[in-house]
Design a protein around this ligand. Structure first.
Ligand code: NAD
Length: 315
């Protein structure tokens, strides 16, 4: 198979690209490197640096491609509150540009990576795909809008579409920005360095943390699963974990003694979010394999390895 992955140099994109290339596929990547790291890609992956809104570039890259994975996006919920126009331009505009280019060239299937955040607060947990999205931040709105564009342009032009709503993915290779750091690398780092873990709200808010390799398995199945055209499918662990419990696990695993500070004034975000993964089980033969404690250990080993490498390079 010949694949194009947008956002290929990112956390999930690079894990997917490397895995697909390792099983003898031709893998092309497109990434503007705004947050992605080209060094995260194995040599077999052919990376083109460029913008997902660049239609002529997409025309060339899409030639003879069987399946497109669309991951290129701006991904910070908090940042999207400040820059909704940019989020709309890249996440919605970029998706429409890609779908137009796919229509022009003719591609069999697109797998769009959406997000569990589209659900917002839902009375019923775990949440299944029939729940009406209740997006709270521009990032989540952009993902819902992009889902609709993918489905509508796909059905108008005979392109098979699958939207995967990925929940809180984590693992080695996760991009760690200096601000709005994702909760898992942040807690692990603070715990290991005896720093400060800040818990927003009272820590009872729950999330569904899914390990990167499990997400990759779900994405790979979506490329050739039958009977999934036009469907939206949750990809999570199916397990609900509170932020308080996550901090406990981080402390236990690292053996550190961080200060744990609760900030009751700041909102902890959605009160509960957990994926019902029955559809993925049934349609994609998906079964998450990595327990949170094992995934955290692998992530910590990666963070420590990277820190050691940086220290050695600096010597
Ligand atoms: N990580 C998660 O927990 C999670 C959960 C749900 C959905 N997702 C979705 O998965 C996808 C990948 O997320 P990630 O966590 O790997 O984030 P990431 O930031 O590591 O990856 C996004 C990639 O897109 C690239 N990119 C951004 N704007 C671009 C543009 N205009 N043109 C080309 N490339 C561009 C970035 O350089 C980056 O490499 C995103 O669509 C995100 O919304 C991620």
């Amino acid at each position: 198979m010949r694949y194009l992955i947008t956002g290929a140099a990112g956390f999930l994109g690079s894990a997917l690209a490397n895995r697909l290339a390792a099983i003898d596929n031709v893998v092309l990547g497109l990434d503007d490197l705004s947050t992605g790291d080209p060094n995260s890609l194995n040599q077999q992956v052919q990376l083109t640096v460029g913008d997902v809104n660049d239609r002529p570039k997409l025309w060339s890259l899409l030639q003879r491609v069987d399946c497109v994975y669309h991951l290129a996006a701006m991904v910070s919920v908090q940042e999207s509150v400040l820059y909704p126009r940019e989020y709309n331009h890249v996440n919605v505009g970029g998706t429409v540009t890609l779908m137009e280019a796919m229509r022009d060239v003719g591609v069999r299937r697109v797998v769009f990576i959406s997000s569990g955040t589209v659900y917002g607060n839902q009375p019923q947990q775990p949440v299944n795909e029939s729940a009406i999205p209740n997006p709270r931040a521009p990032y989540a709105v952009s993902k819902v809008a992009a889902e609709y564009y993918v489905k509508s342009i796909g059905s108008l032009w005979g392109i098979e579409t699958v939207c995967l709503r990925v929940f809180n993915a984590y693992g080695p290779g996760q991009h760690i920005p200096p601000v709005h750091t994702p909760v898992i690398p942040s807690f692990l780092r603070q715990a290991a360095e005896n720093g400060t873990i800040v818990i927003h709200g009272d820590g009872s808010q729950t999330r569904d943390y899914v390990y990167v390799d499990d997400v990759v398995e779900g994405m790979i199945s979506a490329a050739d699963a039958p009977d999934v055209n036009q469907l939206t499918i949750n990809i999570g662990s199916g397990t609900e974990t509170s932020v308080k419990e996550l901090s406990r696990l981080a402390v236990e695993l690292t053996g550190g003694k961080p200060e744990i500070v609760y900030n009751p004034r700041s909102e902890g975000g959605l009160s509960r979010l957990c994926a019902d993964i029955s559809a993925a089980r049934q349609l994609l033969d998906y079964e998450p394999k990595i327990e949170l404690s094992d995934g955290l250990a692998k992530t910590l080993a990666f963070i420590n390895g990277k820190a050691q490498h940086n220290n050695t390079s600096a010597d």
